[in-house]
Design a protein around this ligand. Structure first.
Ligand code: SAM
Length: 270
């Protein structure tokens, strides 16, 4: 991956999510890996020794569930719209006092004390589009985990089959909006293998009472992926010791032939 390519000026900063926030719930509810990654991360937060930080906390899908189960979570996100959703979710669940929200980038957040666990769930490292951006984030994360503390993240495991699937036009969801309007959410991705990056394009169709298209709205997200050896090297170069790499969210050891994800558990040496 080139160290200087970026797809749009907003890419890599989280600000694309300001316009993505109002479809995030439908998006994440209908995603392949969200059910399994929720349980995996909630368990990791509950087992942490010391403050738990979720980078890219989003609408609080994971953090609020962990808070309901008794954790205190510091959620960092660059998108004010996503942080507002997280705040609302925490209010609805009655756990606002267990969630601290910080508006900041993965590469420059500050904490009051070093974390016992920093997590970066749901392929969110992919929003940092270049290896340099990812390296900068890992160094920053390393500096904010206490000695002996952990950094856990997952990334796409990009295979020819997944690329082909992502390039298809898919009807992601058919649902009724809060205003009672019939909606269709579509998605496809422009995948660029040489640069290990993609633009996810979604469009939301609003239908009238007889099924005619009333309005269409497009949104884009810029993403990238690491190959597993790149992820391993980045972690090691940063100083992390790798405790585990899983091939799914059920803690199955990573094997190229069976893995569907890459889930990394790293520790800052004591
Ligand atoms: C895929 S969502 C994940 C949300 C949540 N962790 C989950 O699992 O549902 C990615 C989140 O990361 C945030 N984000 C993306 N790039 C960021 C950056 N460079 N710094 C901080 N937040 C960022 C976005 O605003 C978005 O809320």
């Amino acid at each position: 991956m080139s160290s200087s390519d970026t797809l749009t000026p907003a890419a890599g900063t989280g600000s694309e999510y300001d316009s993505f926030a109002d479809i995030y719930a439908v998006w994440s509810d209908t995603a392949r890996s969200t059910r399994a990654n929720l349980a995996f991360y909630v368990d990791a937060y509950a087992a942490a020794d010391g403050p738990v930080v979720e980078l890219g906390v989003g609408d609080g899908r994971v953090a609020v569930e962990a808070a309901v189960q008794g954790c205190h979570v510091i959620g960092v996100d660059a998108s004010p719209a996503m942080l507002a959703l997280c705040r609302q979710r925490a209010q609805r669940a009655g756990v606002t006092d267990q969630i601290t929200l910080v508006e900041a980038d993965f590469r420059d957040f500050e904490l009051e004390e070093p974390a016992g666990l920093i997590a970066l769930p749901y392929h969110s490292i992919g929003h940092l589009l270049t290896l340099d951006d990812k390296r900068q984030a890992m160094r920053h994360i390393f500096a904010h985990v206490r000695p002996g503390g952990r950094f856990v993240f997952d990334d796409f495991l990009m295979t020819p089959a997944l690329m082909a699937h992502m390039r298809q036009v898919q009807l992601r969801a058919a649902y009724r909006s809060t205003a009672g309007v019939d909606m269709l959410l579509w998605v496809t991705s422009l995948v660029d293998e040489p640069s290990q990056s993609m633009t996810v394009v979604t469009w939301e169709d609003e239908l009238d009472a007889v099924g005619h298209l009333d309005r269409r709205r497009y949104r884009r997200l810029s993403l990238s992926w690491l190959e597993p050896p790149q992820a391993r090297r980045l972690l090691q170069d940063t100083g992390f010791a790798i405790e585990a790499c899983f091939g799914d969210f059920h803690s199955t050891p990573f094997a190229e032939t069976t893995a569907t994800e890459q889930v990394w558990v790293a520790r800052r040496p004591a």
